[in-house]
Design a protein around this ligand. Structure first.
Ligand SMILES: [Zn+2]
Length: 83
């Protein structure tokens, strides 16, 4: 089996590794490249967690702001109705 990353010939049964599909693309990773992929995913997940915090905060702030705007607008409407 040929590793899709380093192109080395490896035996999936004796050396480990994995074969599967990336969407429609058939891929195979040797055990070395597979462990590198795990490392990469770990790193990406750490980055994602850090990035997600401000992103979520921004969305929440946006929603809160919109709620406040709605409240203010509704309040204005009520005031208009009273006068
Ligand atoms: Zn490889």
């Amino acid at each position: 089996m040929i590793c899709s990353i380093c192109k080395s010939d490896f035996n999936i049964d004796s050396e480990g590794g994995v074969e599967g599909n990336f969407g429609i693309l058939p891929v195979a990773f040797c055990s070395t490249c597979l462990s590198c992929i795990y490392d990469l995913v770990d790193e990406l997940e750490e980055e994602l967690e850090e990035d997600q915090v401000p992103w979520l905060t921004r969305v929440e702030l946006d929603t809160l702001q919109r709620k406040e705007e709605n409240k203010a607008w509704n309040g204005q409407k009520k005031q208009e109705a009273q006068t």
